[in-house]
Every structure is written in structure tokens, then in C-alpha cells.
Design a protein around this ligand. Sequence first.
Ligand code: ZN
Length: 447
Amino acid sequence: MHSARRGTVAVLLLVFANQLLSQTTKGADAHLVVVRAAKMLDVKAGKVVANPVVVIEGERIKEAGPGLTVPAGAKVIDLGGATLMPGLIDAHTHLLQNYDFALGGDDNNMVLTVAQMSPAERALLGAKMGREDLEAGITTVRDVGNSGINGDVALRRAISRGWVSGPRIVACTRALAAAGGQFGKLQHAAQALVKQEYVEIATVDDARRAVQRAFYDGADCIKVIVNTGPRVVSLEEMKAIVEEAHRVHKKVAAHAIGDEATRIAAEAGVDSIEHAYIVPDDVLKAMASKKIFMVPTDYPEEIYTGFTPPGATPEERKETEAAMKQFVQGSRERLKRAVAAGVRIAAGSDEYYQMGKRTRGESSTLIYEAYRDSGMTPWQIIQAATMNGAELLDWQDRIGSIEAGKLADIVATSGDPSQDVRELEKVKFVMKGGDVVRNDLSEPPNR
Ligand SMILES: [Zn+2]
């Protein structure tokens, strides 16, 4: 009797399993989502595809190409005359700070932010900044420090668990730096603040320990401030940092400005040099041959010249404007030299100020105009903001292009960004991992 009952159960289970199987097969198409539009940017080939159909299953792209058959029963999102492209990648963000120009520059803002805001409070600020990035089409960021102690890891986890809406985050935890980090002058008692924001290193042992500490804290990558004023991390320390990180297949982002710091970073073999507003030709050559990315955190000229220190006299204002103009000219010229030397560019905003009424995403996407003003072509800029960023983040297998198997991070614009990159400032449709974040094209805008 026992064995008969067991047999019946087995048969029932079989029938049940078959039913389940047929149900899932029959119902499969109902789970598919199709996004279609007039054009799609094939960022790898650098060409426009007409009448694209992107078939999405769950969080991933199942198929993408021109004129594909729409599977029966799939939910269709028709974006009409729009242009589809992969989600934007910002390789240099600071989501956990939002400085106020009225407080008078970086030094004052840093002290007030670190002294007054807990990492928890900053993570909540980061949730707002992240949502604003995502709504502007930035579906992935590499957040490079200035997050307090591990606030960026908390935000990354909150987003990936679906607690808050934001971009995918590659987090660096605290940046490694020479004594004082990037703080301005601090009284001795106030110098305890430095450790809330940076890990100070002065020896090769410190450097190795700091990298391992970062990974213990949950870092996906390492950020190093190679130079701040006359304080420069040594070549030996940089080499140890790169060795420790690369040993476990993680990347190193180096903040470096000027001949000495950029040369140390390039010689140590970092994965990206951030800013590099001043960089000599021999370093550019080394960057090109070692495949080190440059992340030019540049803005349109009017953004720099529009800035005036609070309480400045008309003369001071004039002086600032002239200095800014000169700075902009220099940075345009260095990006031109970098591209000509064959240095690969990954787009990064380094936005950390409240820019008037602009959202964080709206101000961060102004960088593409600056790249254009340095002579980069729209396609070079689009690739810098998508596939190059993906490679720098080591996520080229999941993001950076619209291809079968990749995550369905897709944005759309009314106009064609390969004709005018300013379209990237006006993203009207955002999908992250198959979820529609924003759709002002086939549905009325909700704000
Ligand atoms: Zn930065």
C-alpha cells in the first residue's frame, strides 16, 4: 500500500510538472517586452540602425536588430521617431555629496559635509542624486570616493535590493591619498575628519593595507588621489596599489593633474587617469600604449565662467573669469592632444555641486558638449559614454551596448545624438534592467 501511494504521488507529480512546463512555455511571450523606435545607435560599429526592435526578457536583452519579428503576446513599447541607445555610463561620480557654491568652494564644503553629515545621511542624499542621474539616462556610475566611510557601498546595496531607484554603482569606498587627503587647512584637532573621507598612506605597506581594507569594506575598485598641491603619492606606493588591486582583478582610478602626478600614475599602470587637465605628451603616449583611459571631467565654458566667488569685487570677478577662460582653453587643447595620441576616453562628470535648478543628471550630462568643443566627434563621445565606460568598469559583458545577453539598460532621445550630442542632455525614455524608469515619448511626462 505504501509503495502504491508513493507511485500515485509520483504520477501526480509528473502530471503537475508537465502542466507547469506547458504553462511556462505557452505563457513565455507574455513575459517579453519589445522596445521599438525609428533608429538605434550601434555603438560598437559606430552606425545608425533603422527600425530597430529590441526584445527583452526579464532584465536582459534577448534579441536586438533591425526589423525583427515582434513575438506574439509581447508587450510593445513603441517610441515612434525616437533614437535608442545603451544607457549612459558616468565613470566619475560623487553621489554622496552636493556642494553649495554659496559656502565658498571645495575646502569649506568638504569640512561642513564631513563634519556635519553622517554616512547614513549622505547615503540618503546619494539616493536623491542617484535617482536624478538615472532619470537623465545615466544607468551606471563609477562612484569614486567622497562618500564618508562606506556610504557608497550602502547606497549600492540599497539600489541593487530595490529599496531606492538609482543607477548601477561601481563603488570605490574611501580614496587613498597622501597626508590630509584633499582637505584644505585644518587645525590639529579637526584633522580627525580626514579619516572619515580618505585613507592616508605614506609607505608601500600603508598602500597595500589600504587596498585590502577597501576590498574588505566592499569596494569594487580603488581610487587614489595621486597629488594634492605639493603632496604626491610616490611611484613605489602607486605600484604597490596597482599590484594589490590587479592581483584580485580590480581596477585603479587615479586622480592626477600635472606632469609629475600623471607620469607616476601612467608608469604604475593604473586603469584610468582622472581629470589630467595638465598632462605632457610622453605620458599621453604611455597611456595610449598601456590602454589607460583618460576620464576628462570637463564642462562647457559658460559653466566655468558663470562661477563667481561669493562677495567678490568686480575686479576679482574679472580675474576669475579670465583664469577660467584660460583653464578651459588648456583643457580643450589637452583633450585634443589625448585623442590624437590614441588615448581612449571614458566619460566622467565629477559633478558634486548643486548647479542652480539643474538636477544632478542634468548637470552631469553637460560634459558631452565640452568634449565636442575639444573636437571629439559625436560617435567618439557616444562611445566614451557607453562602451568605453563599460570596459573601464570591467562590465563590458553586461552593459555598454544593446546586444543579446546584455542587461536591458536602454535610453531614447527624440533627436539623433550621432547628429547632435546635445540630445544626450535631453533623454526622454529610460529603461534599467528591463524596468521603465521614465517614458515621456509614448506616455505623457509625469512631471
Ligand atoms: Zn572627483
